[in-house]
Design a protein around this ligand. Structure first.
Ligand SMILES: *Cc1c(COP(=O)(O)O)cnc(C)c1O
Length: 414
C-alpha cells in the first residue's frame, strides 16, 4: 500500500528500522495514555454522564445541565475547583484574552517569565499597538526571558522583591520559538520559588499543546489557572471549536463574567448542541494525544537519521506534542510541508505556499489537511520562512495516518 502512495523502498525500509528503535518510547507513551484514559473515565462515571447530558439549549442557555456537567468533568480531570468550557470561546487565543481581561485591572502589571508570549497575544497585550489592547486600558506588561531553556531565577527573584505583580503568565509550549517546552518538574520548581516571594500573585498557565502529555497537569503542581484550546489536544479532533479555562473558583467566575456579562457569568451561554462533541472529544483526547506523540517521535527519529537537526530527540522526555525540524534550507522546509499536505485526508491535492500572514514578520507556510479548520491536533506542519528554516509539526489523529503523512513529506523532499 505504501508504494501506492509513491513511497520508495528505501524510505519504507528506514521506517521499519525506526519503528523498532522507538518501541520503548511508544510503550511509555502508551502507559501515560492508559493512565489519562482512566482519569477521564473516572470523571465521566463520578459525574454520572448519561444521554440527557447531550441535550442542547438555545437563547440564554439557562439551566443547561449538559454544559454544567461537562464543565464538572473537565474540572475533575484537571483537579480544578471549577472550569469554563465553552463553544463561545473561538479558540485558545480568545480564552487567553478573556482570562487576561478578566483578571487584570488598570494599573496592574502582568509578567511573563517564559519570554514573549505566543504571537497571537501581541495585539492583546499591546506589544503590537492595538486600540483594544490591555495596554490601552493602562495594564503593564513585563517579561523575563528564559536562559538556557530554564527560568531566570535571579531576575524573577529580583522582580518579585520589588512587588506589585498581579499575574504571572507561563507558556509551556514553545510557540514559534526554538526554545524547549516547559516540563512539569520545572514548572513545579518555579511555582514553589514564586510562592516564597508572593503568595497572592495569580499564576496562569498557557497549557496549549501540553494536555495529557504527562500524567499530571499544572494545577496539581500549584498553578492557579490553566487555559487551552479545544482545536488542540483536549478536543480530541472532535470538538468543532472552543476552549477552556480551569482552576480556582473565583478566577473561573471572573473569566465567566468577562466572557458573558457581569451578573450572568456561568449561568448563561447556550450549548447549541456542542456538549456531546466536547464530551466525546475529551474522551478520545488521551489516545489522540498519544497518537500525536507517536507521530512526533517517529518523525524525530526518521529525520535525525536522514541528517537533520531535530528537537526534541525521539527519546527525550516531552512536554508538548510539537516536533521541531531544522532544515537549514528553504526549499526543503517548503517541500516537507507540502508533503504533509499531500498525506492528508482533506485537500490533499492543494499545494500550500509561503504567504504574508497577518501578525507575522516573515512569510509562513502552513500545511493542514484537517476536518476542522485550523485544527492542529490533526496532523499539521508550519514554519516561518527564515533561518534555520524550522518546521513545527504536530498532531495526528491516529498514528497510522500520522506515519503516512511523515513518509509522504520525507519522500517529497527527495
Ligand atoms: C495555539 C496556541 C495558542 C493559541 O490557541 P488557538 O487555539 O490557536 O487560538 C496559544 N498559545 C500557545 C502556546 C499555542 O500553541
Amino acid at each position: 500500500m505504501y508504494q501506492q502512495f509513491g513511497i520508495s523502498d528505501k524510505i519504507i525500509n528506514l521506517s521499519k528500522e525506526v519503528e523498532k528503535e522507538v518501541e520503548p518510547v511508544f510503550e511509555k507513551i502508551q502507559k501515560v495514555c492508559e493512565y489519562n484514559s482512566l482519569k477521564v473515565l473516572k470523571a465521566f462515571q463520578d459525574n454520572r454522564i448519561s444521554d440527557m447530558h447531550f441535550n442542547q439549549t438555545t437563547g440564554y442557555g439557562y439551566g443547561d445541565i449538559g454544559r454544567d456537567t461537562c464543565e464538572r468533568v473537565f474540572a475533575d480531570i484537571f483537579k480544578a475547583e471549577d472550569a469554563l468550557v465553552r463553544g463561545q470561546f473561538i479558540s485558545g487565543t480568545h480564552a487567553l484574552t478573556v482570562a487576561l481581561f478578566a483578571f487584570l485591572r488598570p494599573g496592574d502589571t502582568m509578567l511573563s517569565i517564559t519570554g514573549k508570549p505566543y504571537d497571537t497575544l501581541d495585539e492583546v497585550i499591546g506589544i503590537t499597538e492595538n486600540p483594544s489592547s490591555l495596554k490601552s486600558f493602562g495594564i503593564n506588561f513585563e517579561k523575563i526571558d528564559l536562559v538556557n531553556n530554564d527560568f531566570d531565577y535571579e531576575k524573577i527573584e529580583e522582580r518579585l522583591k520589588k512587588g506589585n505583580i498581579k499575574l504571572i503568565e507561563i507558556q509551556r509550549s514553545k510557540g514559534y520559538s526554538t526554545r524547549k517546552s516547559i516540563k512539569l518538574v520545572d514548572l513545579e520548581k518555579v511555582i514553589k520559588f514564586i510562592r516564597k516571594y508572593d503568595k497572592n500573585v495569580i499564576i496562569m498557565i498557557d497549557n496549549c499543546y501540553c494536555e495529557f502529555v504527562n500524567e499530571k497537569e499544572p494545577l496539581e503542581v500549584g498553578a492557579d489557572i490553566i487555559v487551552g484550546s479545544l482545536i488542540k489536544n483536549l478536543g480530541g479532533g472532535i470538538a468543532p471549536n472552543g476552549a477552556y479555562i480551569a482552576g480556582k473558583k473565583n478566577l473561573v467566575e471572573l473569566a465567566a463574567e468577562r466572557l458573558t456579562a457581569p451578573g450572568e457569568g456561568k449561568e448563561v451561554g447556550p450549548s447549541l448542541g456542542i456538549t456531546k462533541s466536547f464530551l466525546q472529544g475529551i474522551f478520545m483526547a488521551p489516545s489522540v494525544v498519544a497518537s500525536s506523540l507517536k507521530t512526533a517521535v517517529f518523525a524525530s527519529r526518521m529525520l535525525e537519521k536522514l541528517g537533520y537537526e531535530v528537537e526534541p530527540k525521539y527519546d527525550e522526555e516531552r512536554a508538548d506534542i510539537v516536533q521541531n525540524i531544522n532544515f537549514n534550507d528553504e526549499t526543503k522546509l517548503i517541500k516537507y510541508c507540502q508533503g504533509i499536505q499531500m498525506g492528508s485526508p482533506i485537500d490533499s491535492d492543494s499545494i500550500p505556499e509561503p504567504w504574508d500572514m497577518p501578525g507575522y514578520t516573515d512569510k509562513v507556510i502552513m500545511a493542514a489537511g484537517a476536518f476542522t479548520q485550523g485544527s492542529s491536533i490533526e496532523l499539521s506542519c508550519d514554519g516561518p520562512i527564515r533561518p534555520p528554516y524550522t518546521a513545527f509539526m504536530q498532531g495526528g489523529l491516529t498514528y497510522e495516518y500520522g506515519k503516512i503523512g511523515v513518509l509522504k513529506a520525507i519522500q517529497n523532499m527527495e
